[in-house]
Ligand binder design. Structure first.
Ligand code: 0O2
Length: 216
C-alpha cells in the first residue's frame, strides 16, 4: 500500500479542523435562536394568560444555508470563510408572524427591554416600506449563549410581520425565484398594488380589533 504523502495528510487535517470550527460557529447561531424562541414563547404565553389574547400567530426560524451565505459574502465583497461569516448579521433568523401591526412593535419592545438583549440595529419597513411594497420590522439583536467554555454573544435577525405582510412577502419571494429575479414589469406593478391592499387590510383589521377590545 502506498503511503499518503505528508503534505496531503497535513492538508486533510487542516480541512477537518476548519470544518469543525465552522460547525462550532454555526451551532452557536442555532443556540442563539433557541434562546430567543424561548423568550418569545414565554412572552406569548404570559400575554395570553394576562390579556386573554395571543399576539403571535406563528414562529419560524432558520440558520442561513451555506449557499445563501456564500452568495451574500460574494455580494458584499467579503472573504468566503469564518471571518466573513462573522460580519453577516442574518446568519440566524427568526420570523414572528403577528395578527396585528401593534403586536409587532409591542413584541419587539418587550424583547428589547430584557436585560440580556441588545438591539444592534432596527429597520422599520412597516413605517417606511421598501419601494416594491415589502413591509416588516427587522431587528438585529445580540443575546448571550452560555456554553461549557463560557458565554458567547450571538447575533440573530428577528423579522416581525403581520399575517398580511407575510402572505405578500411569501408570494413575492416565490415569484422572484420563479422568474430568476427578472420579474416582468406588469407583475411587479401588480405586486406593489397588492402590498397596498395588504396594508389596507392590516389597517382595517386593526381598527376592528381595537373596537372589539374596547380600544386596548
Ligand atoms: P432569507 O432567505 O429570508 O434569509 P440583504 O440581505 O443584503 O438584501 P439587508 O440589509 O441585510 O439586505 O437585509 P434587509 O433589508 O433587512 O432584509 C433581508 C431579509 O428581509 C431578506 O432575507 C428577506 O427575508 C426579507 N426581505 C427584505 N426585502 C424583501 C423583499 O423585497 N421581499 C421579500 N419577500 N423579502 C424581503 P434574504 O437574505 O433575502 O433571504
Amino acid at each position: 500500500m502506498t503511503a499518503i504523502p505528508p503534505h496531503l495528510v497535513e492538508a486533510a487535517n487542516e480541512l477537518l479542523a476548519y470544518g469543525r470550527s465552522m460547525q462550532r460557529e454555526m451551532s452557536r447561531y442555532e443556540f442563539g435562536i433557541q434562546e430567543l424562541l424561548t423568550k418569545l414563547r414565554i412572552l406569548r404565553d404570559e400575554i395570553s394568560l394576562e390579556d386573554d389574547y395571543n399576539p403571535i400567530e406563528h414562529l419560524s426560524h432558520r440558520v442561513k444555508s451555506p449557499q445563501s451565505i456564500l452568495e451574500k459574502l460574494q455580494r458584499r465583497g467579503l472573504e468566503p470563510g469564518l471571518e466573513g461569516v462573522k460580519q453577516l448579521d442574518d446568519i440566524a433568523g427568526i420570523r414572528v408572524t403577528c395578527s396585528f401591526i401593534p403586536d409587532t412593535y409591542r413584541l419587539h419592545e418587550m424583547l428589547d427591554a430584557q436585560p440580556d438583549i441588545t438591539t444592534l440595529h432596527l429597520k422599520d419597513y412597516i413605517a417606511e416600506p421598501k419601494p416594491n411594497g415589502y413591509r416588516g420590522l427587522h431587528a438585529i439583536v445580540e443575546t448571550p449563549v452560555n456554553l461549557s467554555s463560557g458565554q458567547v454573544p450571538v447575533k440573530v435577525e428577528i423579522q416581525y410581520r403581520t399575517i398580511a405582510m407575510d402572505f405578500w412577502a411569501s408570494l413575492e419571494h416565490k415569484i422572484y425565484y420563479k422568474y430568476d429575479k427578472a420579474v416582468p414589469e406588469r407583475l411587479l406593478s401588480e405586486l406593489t398594488a397588492a402590498a397596498t391592499t395588504a396594508n389596507q387590510l392590516d389597517q382595517r383589521m386593526k381598527a376592528i380589533h381595537q373596537e372589539v377590545r374596547g380600544g386596548s
